[in-house]
Design a protein around this ligand. Structure first.
Ligand SMILES: [Zn+2]
Length: 467
């Protein structure tokens, strides 16, 4: 009697343990994460998506015909990947065109400069000639009297430092973003900048000037690092350096593109979802492989791999491929404006937009209640050599960061940006620069992020809205 009662208890205990194991396996499970990472580390999906985008669409500057083609590409890819819902949301912005651009040193020597117009630049209206006056920094330029620069072509020669986290960009990009307006305010005729880039290739880096500075900018262009070096030598010879700049570029009407959105439903009929983002547009010089084709490929592939599991995550996965990030984060701003009222349907956001090299750390901006999930995430990212960086909060990136400003919790998976600014916004931004193994490591990190956050049983927010 005692014996059989004991047996009953044992059987009951084992049965309960079995139920609890089944219940737990629905929610973040170590085995599933390890298996997902393994799958990602041998997956060609992200590479194939990236190869498709860069070859079948190629450069896709916002407002161009190729941009429309990219939107169609994205919708078709989401369909073939089996997203449950796919739709587009219009995004309008001023259309900027690059027709022709050239620059030549006329004196004291004569040779061509490799140049590209800065996005947003007006046309020179035919060849514009002038004497060059050089400054080491924008601050040094701002400090001089207007008479010293009036009618001249200002040359800002600041070199961007190379760092793993890409922090040199913020320090030098002011030359490109504000320089054209400062030059106009001081009465200069045009602006040349040393490219905001860390390479020594003879390729200039384009990029947008600020859209929020007061006044009209002067015609503005970037020259390659080697050309900037060459010009610096000429400027040491004690004779006036004269340059001819010819930019046939400028704004022409309005354009409409689209944020392309796809969703996988969760397994429990919940209406909330996690938000994954990357931008679909690129600059026109390269094929937009690292900026931001890689991000597009990574978030699409991560959403697909996780939602192909026999047991989908609890919550849905929403992927937004944003329109026109490059010329002023138009897609990210439009999305935040339209979705401000359903902010709380978004559990947490993350964006991939710093190339395709290895992820080495991650940051968070979540409520303290999310600690168990973040600890789980940290443990599994650690196996991919990714450290939890607690020195500062995540910012969510250019596009998803627009929702963070409203209070969306975010996670940043930080890519090694040491090589990124060699390629960024140049003709060298092409598929061959992407290392397939690094791309797979990105995918493994992203499937981990998607799986853990979309199975969450804790609240990631609210977090304070922040600028
Ligand atoms: Zn980008």
């Amino acid at each position: 009697m005692r014996y059989s009662l004991h047996r009953i208890f044992v059987v009951l205990a084992l049965t309960l343990a079995g139920f609890s194991a089944i219940a737990q396996s629905k929610h973040p499970s170590d085995e599933v994460i390890v298996q997902l990472q393994k799958e990602a580390l041998s997956s060609d999906l992200a590479w194939n998506l990236l190869a498709s985008l860069t070859s079948e669409v190629g450069p896709r500057m916002a407002g161009s015909d190729a941009d429309q083609k990219a939107v169609k590409w994205a919708v078709a890819k989401m369909q073939s990947l089996g997203f449950d819902r796919i739709w587009t949301e219009p995004v309008s912005f001023p259309r900027w065109l690059r027709n022709n651009e050239s620059a030549r040193v006329l004196a004291p020597f004569s040779q061509d400069l490799v140049v590209t117009a800065i996005g947003g630049s007006p046309s020179t209206g035919g060849p514009l000639e002038g004497e060059v006056i050089q400054f080491d920094t924008l601050e040094a330029f701002e400090a001089v009297a207007d008479e010293e620069v009036r009618g001249k072509i200002v040359f800002l020669s600041t070199r961007m430092p190379k760092t793993r986290e890409g922090s040199g960009y913020g320090k030098t990009v002011v030359n490109r973003s504000r320089g054209p307006f400062v030059a106009a305010a001081k009465g200069a005729s045009a602006l040349l900048i040393r490219s905001v880039g860390t390479d020594s290739d003879r390729l200039p880096h384009t990029g947008m000037m600020s859209g929020s500075e007061p006044g009209d900018p002067v015609p503005s262009a970037a020259i390659s690092n080697p050309d900037a070096d060459n010009l610096m030598i000429m400027l040491t010879r004690g004779e006036p350096v004269r340059v001819r700049l010819d930019l046939d570029v400028g704004f022409n009407g309005e354009a409409t593109s689209y944020n392309v959105i796809g969703e996988f439903d969760g397994s429990e009929g919940l209406k909330e979802y996690i938000l994954l983002g990357a931008h679909l547009d690129s600059w026109d010089l390269g094929t937009g492989a690292v900026d931001d084709g890689a991000g597009v490929a990574i978030v699409l592939a991560a959403a697909k791999l996780v939602n192909d599991l026999p047991m989908r995550p609890r919550y849905g996965t929403r992927v937004v491929l944003y329109a026109n990030e490059e010329q002023g984060v138009h897609g990210g701003k439009a999305y935040a404006k339209l979705h401000e009222t359903d902010l709380t349907s978004h559990l947490i956001g993350a964006e991939s937009d710093l190339g395709a090299d290895r992820i080495y750390s991650f940051k968070t901006r979540v409520s303290p209640e999310a600690e168990p999930d973040i600890a789980l995430l940290a443990r599994h990212l650690n196996s991919l050599d990714i450290e939890f960086d607690t020195t500062e909060h995540a910012d969510g990136g250019a596009d998803v960061g627009q929702m963070r400003k409203l209070g969306l919790p975010v996670i940043d998976l930080n890519q090694d940006a040491s090589r990124y600014f060699d390629l960024h916004h140049t003709a060298n931004d092409t598929l061959d620069k992407v290392n397939p193994d690094f791309l797979r490591q990105n995918l493994a990190a992203w499937v981990t992020l998607v799986y853990v956050t979309a199975n969450s049983t804790v609240a990631f927010g609210p977090v304070e809205p922040s600028e």
